[in-house]
Design a binder for this molecule. Sequence first.
Ligand code: ZN
Length: 259
Amino acid sequence: MDRKINVSIYNEFLHETTVETVRAIYPRGIHGTIKGFLEEDEAIGTIRCATLQDHRETLGQAVLDDTDVMIWWGHMRHHEVDDKVAAAVVKRVINGMGLIALHSAHASKPFQMLLGTDTYNLRWREAGEKVRLWTIIKNHPIARGLGETFVVPHDETYGEPFGIPQPDEQIFISWFQGGEVFRSGCTWRRGEGRIFYLQNGHETFPVYHQKEIQRVIANAVKWACPILRDCPRDRGGGNVPPLEPYSPENGDFTPVTTG
Ligand code: ZN
């Protein structure tokens, strides 16, 4: 990559401001913690943050156009995200911007619009169970530097069946202490854009402080970064004359003309 990767982080930022135990884990907000470890990565350039409260101003078109990869964390107030902003994010993904949906962002507007999914289509339980992630595609860029398996000591349990379209790539699968399994690391492509979903990261546990999870997210940012930040919106196409000359007099096929 011949340029630094610009990242925008959307975080709902409600739990951290209303629940003391969550504030203690994420005093700068979940977005602040994610920004903090991404800032240490030389490949990453400008990092912007947006919250539910300010996203109409902070996620304007100019910012989206300057963003290579969007990271999204939301939980309680997905429905309060502005439809116009969500649609603009979706359009940017179609035109090449990467999207990393974390934890309950499976129910966010951009994720659901891009994947055609329905709200909360999974099993869940807030029991602080141990989670063991298994790397299924060891040679995938998102799994770089991670072992065959690692443990998140405590997280919310999500379980199959997960109502997602079949992923293009299944990079991680998780086992939860209570018996569930979950497709916890999945990729899809939509238009020119790459999408990665990571299950981990319930707000009452310090999941985004864990080195392996930070590694997954940093890897995913690099994987999802488009080669062209400014992918042309007009991709050409349409009704066009032939590129190769041909002549029916020389035995070439006779073109059918209409109109
Ligand atoms: Zn949660």
